[in-house]
Design a protein around this ligand. Structure first.
Ligand code: PEP
Ligand code: MG
Length: 659
């Protein structure tokens, strides 16, 4: 029995809707299959369904066989045609991800190599470090393939069930740990889902029944499933291949009664050297003991990079195959500013690193007195020195550095870390937690700024010739009010804690602000009708396109503040891709064209009497701060590590009367 229909689920049968569809399918006894084109998948496996890659507006056929086939078809076709909302918040437990890419700091062009013979990678987290190497290259599990006798088949099936239960229990324990950060909880929950899915375990069981031993069967099943994830034309699903392999590995180790090579053994002050650090390992690593991180994989916006930055650990990533050159090294020198690592550094390099580390420590010590400084110009103007953050985990470091609030909360990470769009409730909790942590200082939350170059579960991005000029930031949000309104509702709800402001990325027309305001009004009316508490917030825009600079006087009439995003503004004013090292020289914020754009923005803001701040990387440059203050900027938001230096620069200016 079968029925065809057109899928009306916005996100397609991606992570979360797939889970809901499976839950529904499992409530029937019939065998159920979903067919798209010439491919089909069991409707009772969310992993298989995701791999089927069903998108909105595609035709699919639901096939059911069994006593309750008619009811099953009614319910499942009904869901596909009218999912109500694939984005509702009924399923609060996040099923997260080891996001391969995340939003974060811009990739800076590599600096000239001062360390001949060093290995060059991506400068992912600033700082220098010299210390012993802790090589983390967990051995591949080598199965001894064994043909099973009929009686052994039952034993291996039973052992597999036990091993799966052990792994699930371990993951449940990690999930129950209250100290586990939200993002990490999402990662572990995603791995647990995979461990429970019939496509991995069912496949391994079938292979055991053919007479293959359990370890070999699990390795084969995990590799097959990982390859399927790797072959789909969807970067987000491609990144799940690593999660599948990680789960397979955990099950094999449980089968063999072995413990994994654990990062828990890393000695105090060691440099963690690895080809890649899986999300599962990273979630449990003792980060306080790690002096530096060097990886073969990863880039400046990878999960590892963000975690390293938020914990102030110098990191160089993306060394590729040359990572093996560090594997047997005893000592390494890591320069997270230029992206260079030297294995077994000679005496000269060691001395230079020791000197740099010592001077950095002295500078940190000297700057610590500025932690509680409230930088004030002689005319009484207070300059807010705030932090750029992307997750709640970064709050501690920001407060520790003396942040006077948050000038840019990049919300992309929250969206990238989960296998589904974060629910309104989860967003409300996250934004509220940030606001509470920084009270009484303001927290400026930027609405979702995502482009075609980064995968997000649940949003189908088109292939674009020029993703930086394409469907990103406010453009995407206004085209997807289902997603945008959820974020706006969460922001309105979080605003009851006070201090919350909201800003829009990539604005290039006044119409975008007006359309957003209409949506905010709609959301407020809905919340009112639902009796949910909310409060209005100040709305601002980021100035990061030349169009926004040119119409700044018009924008200023509509918003409460400007925040200049120099990372994008520089690339658009100079027409020089911020990710392309070959045009790095042009991508220079000090170019007069960019400085004039900043000045025009500041002037338009001052004339309209609204606050003008800056949250691009340039805001943290002590050498440029005097010029920005002269232009009239009153808020500067930067990576927490730059805050003390910026506060000192402002205090020095006021003290010397140069402000
Ligand atoms: C910017 O463009 O300057 C900015 C702060 O935003 P992002 O780096 O997240 O694009
Ligand atoms: Mg930007």
């Amino acid at each position: 029995m079968e029925r065809s229909t057109i899928v009306r689920v916005h996100e397609g049968l991606h992570a979360r809707p797939a889970t809901r569809f499976v839950r529904l399918a499992k409530s029937f006894e019939s065998e159920i299959e979903l067919v798209r084109g010439d491919k089909s998948a069991s409707a009772k496996s969310s992993v298989k369904l995701m791999l089927l890659g069903v998108k909105e507006n595609q035709e699919v056929t639901v096939r059911a066989q069994g006593a309750d086939a008619i009811e099953a078809l009614d319910a499942l076709v009904g869901y596909l045609e009218n999912p109500l909302s694939g984005l509702d918040s009924d399923d609060a437990a996040p099923t997260g991800t080891s996001a391969a890419t995340t939003a974060g700091e811009p990739v800076t062009a590599p600096a000239p190599n001062p360390l001949e013979g060093g290995l060059r990678g991506v400068a992912a987290s600033e700082g220098v470090y010299l210390g012993p190497v802790f090589a983390h290259f967990p051995p591949d599990i080598q199965p001894v393939e064994r043909a099973l006798s009929p009686s052994e088949i039952d034993t291996d099936l039973a052992t597999l069930s036990k091993a799966v239960a052990t792994v699930q229990a371990r993951m449940d324990k990690a999930l129950a740990d209250k100290t586990l950060a939200d993002g990490d909880r999402g990662i572990v929950a995603a791995l647990r889902d995979i461990a429970a899915d019939e496509s991995l375990i069912g496949d391994a069981q079938a292979t055991i029944r053919e007479g293959v031993d359990a370890v070999s069967a699990v390795i084969a099943a995990a590799s097959k499933l990982a390859a399927e994830f790797g072959n789909v034309d969807d970067p987000y699903l491609n990144a799940r291949a690593d999660d599948v392999q990680a789960v397979g590995r955990q099950i094999c180790l449980a089968l063999l009664g072995q413990d994994d090579v654990s990062l828990e053994q890393i000695p105090q002050g060691a440099i963690l050297v690895a080809d890649d650090i899986g999300a599962w390992d990273l979630a449990r690593a003792p980060l306080k003991r790690i002096g530096g991180i060097v990886c073969g994989h990863g880039g400046a916006t990878s999960h590892v990079a963000i975690i390293a930055r938020s914990h102030g650990i110098p990191a160089v990533l993306g060394l590729g195959e040359r990572i093996v050159e560090l594997r047997d090294a005893k000592i390494a020198a890591v320069d997270g500013n230029s992206g260079i690592v030297v294995a077994e550094p000679d005496a000269t390099i060691r001395q230079s690193f020791e000197a740099r580390i010592e001077s950095a420590a002295k500078e940190r010590e000297a700057l610590s007195v500025f932690k509680d400084t409230v930088p004030t110009l002689r005319n009484g103007t207070i300059i807010e020195v705030a932090a750029n953050i992307g997750s709640l985990e970064e709050i501690e470091a920001a407060l520790e550095a003396g942040a006077m609030g948050v000038g840019l909360f990049r919300t992309e990470l929250l969206f990238m870390r989960h296998m589904h769009l974060p629910s309104e409730d989860l967003q409300t909790e996250t934004y509220s937690a940030a606001v509470r942590a920084f009270a009484p200082h303001p927290v400026i939350i930027r609405t979702l700024d995502i482009g075609g170059d980064k995968p997000i579960a649940g949003i189908d991005f088109p292939e674009e010739e020029n993703p930086f000029l394409g469907w990103r930031g406010i453009r995407m949000c206004l085209d997807r009010p289902d997603i945008f309104k959820q974020q706006l509702r969460a922001l309105l709800r979080a605003a009851v804690h006070g201090g919350l402001k909201v800003m829009l990325p990539m604005v290039s027309t006044v119409g975008e602000v007006l359309a957003t305001r209409r949506l905010i009004d709609e959301c407020a009316a809905e919340l009112e009708a639902e009796g949910k508490p909310f409060a209005r917030f100040d709305l601002g825009v980021m100035i990061e396109t030349p169009a926004a600079v040119l119409i700044a006087p018009l924008l200023a009439k509509e918003v409460a503040f400007f925040s200049i995003g120099t990372n994008d503004l520089t690339q658009y004013v100079m027409a020089a891709d911020r990710l392309n090292p070959t045009v790095a020289a042009l991508n220079d914020v000090t170019n007069p064209a960019v400085m004039m754009a900043i000045e025009m923005t500041a002037k338009a803001g001052a004339e309209a009497g609204i606050m003008v701040g800056m949250c691009g990387e340039a805001a943290g440059r002590a050498d440029l701060i005097p010029a920005f203050l002269k232009m009239g900027l009153t808020e500067l938001s930067m990576s927490p590590a730059s805050i003390p230096r910026a506060k000192k620069a402002i205090a020095d200016l006021a003290a010397t009367g140069a402000d």
